[in-house]
Each structure stands twice: as structure tokens, then as C-alpha cells.
Design a binder for this molecule. Structure first.
Ligand code: FES
Length: 62
């Protein structure tokens, strides 16, 4: 599903970036070669990155 319509970015792309070590919105944007435009997607993108961090943290605590 598209999370950023301005830049045509999907949730899968954001999750892949987070899984690849991009743990901030800025690094995700840089890696995808995009920049925020309207900004409406930022809360959802932030949640996707944080969601991955939560999973990574849980895995490292095992
Ligand atoms: S929807 Fe992402 S910048 Fe507009």
C-alpha cells in the first residue's frame, strides 16, 4: 500500500529500509532518494520505522 502518494512510496519500501538499518525518517528518505513534500505521510512512515525498531528490539532481547 502507498504510504506516501507524493513520492509513490509503499509500506514495503519503508519496512525494507528500516530492516536495512535506516532507523530514522531522514535516512529512509535519503536512501529512497526522496524528500517530504506535503508531509501527510510522515506520521505513518515514522510508525513503520518504529514498528521495525520494536521488532528488532524484541529479537535482540531473546
Ligand atoms: S504523502 Fe508523503 S510527502 Fe506527501
Amino acid at each position: 500500500m502507498y504510504v506516501c502518494l507524493c513520492n509513490r512510496v509503499t509500506d514495503r519500501q519503508v519496512r525494507a529500509q528500516a530492516a536495512g538499518g535506516n532507523c530514522t525518517l531522514g535516512s529512509v528518505h535519503n536512501s529512497l532518494g526522496i524528500s517530504p513534500k506535503c508531509g501527510k505521510c510522515l506520521p505513518m512512515m515514522r510508525d513503520l520505522v518504529r514498528e521495525h525498531q520494536g521488532h528488532a528490539g524484541a529479537a535482540s532481547n531473546v
